[in-house]
Structures are given as structure tokens and as C-alpha cells.
Design a protein around this ligand. Structure first.
Ligand SMILES: Cc1cc2nc3c(=O)[nH]c(=O)nc-3n(C[C@H](O)[C@H](O)[C@H](O)COP(=O)(O)O)c2cc1C
Length: 363
């Protein structure tokens, strides 16, 4: 007799069962999320050359440990922009959060606070920045796009200041949305309610989905920066030239980022561009990086190359989509646990012990 086909197990909401390891997170997300949601999170621009390069860049580097160092415990605490963090890690801004999970951006800031790290809150959230701030007991930065009317931009900055954000993170690599091949193929459309919490009048949605670029220049940013009530962080720097511009604008940090390969396809991998940016910045301000970070050893490699902090994008988005706030907390915990173990194995007691002597280029 043929056994009756058994029904597939009911989806679990236990985040431990959902997300055991970081590679497991990726597999679970791919197999369990709705195809639209998976495509929105995972896809990049065009042929996804940059998405793949971001991840591949980590393979260039190998870790050369120091043995018998007597390191028994590690201290991962770090300072970024004057914020004391449990580790030099932040959650990257993730727009359209309501599409991923009802916890949305609130879940991300709560999880970040629980883990002792900072969250960068997206302007393109389904929730107003004030509502997100009300849920955030930990440090938070507000992300805004370098576009649109300067008066409205400054009004957003004032709102962020009033709501208790520590800095304004200005995204400069999104003058128009990247050509998201997979989303177009699947005809994925995102309801504007998922990204209009800060701009209910619909103008931002129309602009974001439009076909024209941003009229902003570095001069616009410099003029705006002089009037900001908050420290400026510039996200989307990839070149020495733009790092110089960011310094001239008075930025207090830059984020080496290509938007996770979601904007200009064939932009170089962020890890490959980090040395060029660090050379110009020359310790004057702090340098964060994002793009392709999938393990704790990836974080270690970026720190060894000289980054001050790492932002987690897709991994956090997948954690949120799978299990809301608890899923994000689990993902961050896994990154921090892997970072701690990598430090123990490499013989680093503190973040400041992580340096380029521990790296070797793959032959
Ligand atoms: C689903 C999703 C939404 C994003 N939304 C924004 C956003 O609103 N603003 C922004 O500056 N970057 C946004 N990004 C880019 C991330 O902040 C970050 O730069 C990128 O995801 C890092 O690469 P990774 O995904 O490989 O970690 C988004 C990324 C993803 C995956």
C-alpha cells in the first residue's frame, strides 16, 4: 500500500528553527518567501554583475591567524559617529519594509537595539520616521535621498533631528531607480503605501518611480550640509573623487556602497573600492561599507582592510521577511557570534587588533 502523501510541515514562526546559520537564512528565504518578496530583496540591477562582484570580492582575501595568543574572550565594542555599539555593525536602510513583514522598519530598529547596534532608517519606509523613532530604544540614523526640493529635504532633516536621530545619512547613488531586470520580468509592482510613510502626498513615490535623474550636485549637498541640524553621512561613495567631495561637504562619515548592486550594474565591488576611499579620507572621518556581507568573516575582512563599520542589507531584509523583529535579531546575533569566533580564531581580543597583517591575497 502506498503511504498517504504527508502534508508539508506548517511554517514555523520560531526564529531559531527558521534561521540556524547565515547560509541557511538565504536558502530558507529563497524557498519560503513569496516570489515577489524574494525577488524584491534579492535582485539587483541589470545582469547583477555588481551583486555577484560584491560577494566575490571577499574571496580575494584569506585570513592569516595568529596562534597561541592567549586570547580567551573578545570585546567587539566599537564607536561609530560617537555612538557606542556592541560591534561595528549597523542595519542598512531598507525601503518598502511593509512589503517584507508587518513589523517593518519598527522591527528592524527594535532588533538593532536588542543587539546593541545602530539602525539606519530608510526614508522610503511605509512608516513615518517619528513612528519608527518611537519604537527605537537604541541609536538610529535617518537615511534620505539626495534629490527633490531642498526646502523639503531640510524639513525632513529637522523632523529627524526632533525625533532623536543621531545623524542624517544621505544616499547619493539613487538619482533614478536602477534597472531591476528580475522585478520587471516578474512584473512586480510595489504598493506606494509601503514606501510613502514619510511622504503621504505621493510626490516622493512619483519621483522615485519616475524616469528622470536628480538635479542635485555636490554644490547642492554642500549648501544643504551647512544648514543641517545633524551630522552628515554620505552613502554611496565609491571613488577617490567622490570621497574628496564628501570631505569638502563636511561629512562626518562616508559609506562605501553601490546600493548592494541595485543601482548601476557593473559598478565595482565595494570591498575593492574601500582602499581607494580610505586613502583619500586618511583617517579624517569614519568610513563604513556595505555590499555582499554574508558572514562574520566578511565583516572581519572589511575591518582588517580599514573600515570602521559594516552595514547589513539583504541579510537583515531576509531576516525581517522571514520572522519580523525576531528574525532580524537572529540574523544580527549570528553575524556577531561569527565575528566573535573569527576574532578568537585569529587571535584578536579587540576590534582594534584586527588589521591588514591578518590578510593575505589569495594566490
Ligand atoms: C530590500 C532592500 C531595500 C533597500 N532600500 C534602500 C533604501 O531605501 N535606501 C538606501 O539608501 N538603500 C537601500 N537599500 C540598499 C541597502 O541600504 C544597502 O546599501 C545594500 O543592501 C547593501 O548590500 P547587501 O544587500 O549586499 O548587504 C536597500 C536594499 C535592499 C536589499
Amino acid at each position: 500500500m502506498n503511504p498517504q502523501p504527508t502534508a508539508p510541515p506548517a511554517p514555523t514562526t520560531d526564529d531559531d528553527a527558521l534561521i540556524r546559520t547565515l547560509p541557511h537564512l538565504h536558502k530558507r528565504a529563497q524557498s519560503e518567501l513569496l516570489p515577489d518578496v524574494w525577488a524584491y530583496i534579492d535582485s539587483g540591477a541589470g545582469s547583477e554583475i555588481t551583486v555577484n562582484d560584491n560577494e566575490d570580492a571577499f574571496r580575494t582575501w584569506r585570513l592569516l591567524p595568529r596562534q597561541l595568543t592567549g586570547v580567551t574572550t573578545v570585546d567587539t565594542t566599537a564607536n561609530f559617529l560617537g555612538l557606542r555599539l556592541a560591534a561595528p555593525v549597523l542595519t542598512a536602510p531598507i525601503g518598502c519594509d511593509g512589503l517584507l513583514h508587518p513589523d517593518g522598519q519598527r522591527g528592524i530598529v527594535e532588533a538593532a537595539a536588542e543587539c546593541g547596534i545602530a539602525a539606519v532608517v530608510s526614508e522610503a519606509s511605509g512608516l513615518a520616521l517619528e513612528d519608527v523613532a518611537a519604537a527605537a530604544t537604541g541609536p538610529k540614523l535617518m537615511q534620505v535621498h539626495a534629490r527633490g526640493n531642498v526646502g523639503e529635504f531640510l524639513a525632513m532633516a529637522d523632523r529627524a533631528h526632533a525625533a532623536g536621530y543621531s545623524a542624517l545619512c544621505v544616499t547619493i547613488d539613487c538619482p533614478v531607480l536602477g534597472w531591476r531586470e528580475r522585478l520587471r520580468r516578474l512584473s512586480v509592482t510595489v504598493d506606494p503605501q509601503h514606501f510613502s510613510g514619510n511622504h503621504p502626498d505621493g510626490r516622493f513615490a512619483a519621483e522615485l518611480l519616475g524616469e528622470t535623474g536628480s538635479a542635485w550636485t555636490w554644490r547642492t549637498l554642500a549648501e544643504v550640509a551647512a544648514r543641517l541640524p545633524l551630522p552628515l553621512v554620505v552613502k554611496g561613495v565609491l571613488s577617490a573623487a567622490d570621497a574628496t567631495h564628501a570631505l569638502e561637504c563636511g561629512a562626518q562619515a562616508v559609506i562605501v556602497s553601490n546600493h548592494g548592486g541595485r543601482q548601476l550594474d557593473s559598478a565595482p565591488a565595494t570591498l575593492d573600492q574601500l582602499p581607494e576611499v580610505l586613502e583619500v579620507i586618511d583617517g579624517q572621518i569614519q568610513v563604513g561599507i556595505d555590499g555582499g556581507f554574508r558572514t562574520g568573516t566578511d565583516v572581519f575582512k572589511a575591518l582588517a582592510l580599514g573600515a570602521d563599520a559594516v552595514l547589513l542589507g539583504r541579510s537583515v531584509a531576509m531576516g525581517l521577511a522571514l520572522a519580523g523583529r525576531a528574525g532580524v535579531a537572529k540574523v544580527v546575533e549570528l553575524f556577531l557570534a561569527e565575528l566573535r569566533r573569527t576574532m578568537l580564531l585569529a587571535g584578536c581580543a579587540r576590534i582594534s587588533d584586527i588589521n591588514a597583517d591578518l590578510l593575505r591575497r589569495r594566490p
